[in-house]
Design a protein around this ligand. Structure first.
Ligand code: SF4
Length: 421
């Protein structure tokens, strides 16, 4: 059998560098078969395992769902002192739960083929470190066969707008146009991103009804050109986002700044109360930013609103690669992103620019600096992308309606420009 046809990102390198970060920050739910396999592996104190390897974490007593147990510091029970996986070391890579084998990859249907995206919560993905993904097709094919269900090629494309769905070739024409907008080498990232926000907002407001094929491509071309004419270069004057836009933004950024490891989630009532108070402070936006995780220090909200200078070329490269990998990998709408339509999903993705830059400013100010370093941007991107498409809070109606409102009022554009200066 030939297996699924995969389209791999050409811009991205990745190999695991055994930092162990993913084994500290994710909850790994296991299937019944994986649970049995792990129990059959018969882990003992001689292997360095003290206590149960699995925990009941969801479902009623008659249909329990299990996840891998965690150590006191939040790391997976199988993570050893050198940051290596004990299952991998003793039984080989294929003996690990599928979720561990797949990370940081994600496979998404794209008509007759499947596209591959990557999660930027992994520092090696952000740093573009390792073997080009385009050269890893055999290993990825094996993973794809394990993860892609039978009949997946019949999955319809994500909705284009709330009310419209086109077929795969037309849908992919929109995605290709988006990637083309982001690839323009003549403009800085923020200009390209704002142009894309502008034309996708028009897509979101349009009714496509009988428009199909070449007529759709013609329309996309016109929308892209209008967006380019509307913003030929960085504007001289950059307006602050509206008070409502800033409020919505802070509420969303608080979700991206959270930490949700087992240790953080097991803080009980006191932990939830502290989180609630922190979110209220984010809503007010005055005084000091409450540090939602250890790496962030308490700094005044106002200190994050001053200009930090334009993005360095290296930062532009990292963020451009991020957006293009997510777009090419369809990692921003449909099943890959809370089942939202194309335009809304792209607006959530575009919001990652101000979110990342805001978090990077927070790291820089906490360190006594007024300029962003590449480390600030890389760390901020990894922190934010951990949640993007995976934190249930971002898929809830309230968060989605805030993103839609930011796009409709043009505050999304203002946020992108404001935090890029
Ligand atoms: S099983 Fe291995 S790879 Fe999976 S989270 Fe645990 S230590 Fe990491």
């Amino acid at each position: 059998m030939a297996g699924p046809r995969l389209e791999l990102p050409i811009l991205q390198n990745w190999s695991c560098h055994n930092c162990g970060g993913c084994c500290r920050q994710h909850l790994i739910e296991v299937t019944e078969a994986e649970k049995q396999r792990i129990l059959d592996q018969k882990w003992t104190a001689q292997d360095g395992i003290h206590g149960p390897v699995l925990e009941w974490h969801a479902g009623p007593p008659w249909r329990k769902r299990y996840r891998l147990a965690h150590q006191q510091d939040g790391g997976c029970v199988f993570l050893d002192d050198r940051g290596l996986c004990r299952i991998h070391a003793k039984f080989g890579e294929s003996a690990k739960p599928l979720a561990c084998r797949i990370y940081p990859y994600a496979f998404h249907p794209a008509g007759r083929s499947f596209v591959v995206s990557l999660r930027y919560s992994c520092p090696s993905v952000v740093g573009n470190r390792g073997t080009p993904v385009s050269q890893q097709s055999s290993a990825l094919k094996r993973l794809a066969e394990a993860v892609i269900p039978a009949g997946a090629e019949k999955i319809p494309p994500p909705r284009l707008t709330a009310d419209d769905r086109v077929d795969w070739p037309d849908f992919l024409a929109f995605v290709e146009a988006l990637d083309h907008t982001l690839a323009d080498p003549t403009a800085p990232l923020v200009v390209r991103l704002v142009r894309a926000v502008t034309w996708t907002t028009l897509v979101g407001q349009s009714a496509f009804e009988k428009l199909r094929g070449s007529r759709i491509r013609e329309l996309i071309g016109l929308l892209m050109e209008a967006a380019r004419v509307d913003l030929p270069a960085l504007p001289q004057q950059i307006d602050q986002p509206s008070p409502m836009g800033r409020l919505y933004f802070r509420t969303l950024v608080a979700q991206y700044a959270r930490k949700d490891t087992v240790t953080d989630l097991s803080g009980g009532l006191w932990g939830r109360w502290r989180l609630f108070r922190a979110i209220l402070t984010f809503t007010r936006g005055t005084g000091d930013v409450p540090p939602l995780q250890e790496r962030f220090r308490s700094v005044p909200f106002a200190s994050l609103e001053k200009p930090f200078g334009p993005l360095e070329p290296e930062a532009d490269e990292i963020l451009t690669r991020y957006f293009r990998v997510k777009i090419q990998g369809l990692h921003f709408c449909g099943r890959a992103y809370y089942d939202v339509p194309f335009a809304e999903g792209f607006h959530s993705l575009a919001l990652m620019l101000p979110v990342t830059l805001w978090l990077a400013r927070w790291l820089a100010v906490g360190d006594g600096r007024e300029r962003l370093s590449i480390d600030d941007i890389s760390t901020a991107l990894a922190v934010a992308d951990h949640h993007h498409g995976y934190s249930p809070a971002l898929g809830q109606a309230a968060a989605r309606s805030r993103v839609r409102s930011l796009a409709e009022t043009m505050d999304l554009t203002r946020l992108c420009l404001w935090y890029s200066q």
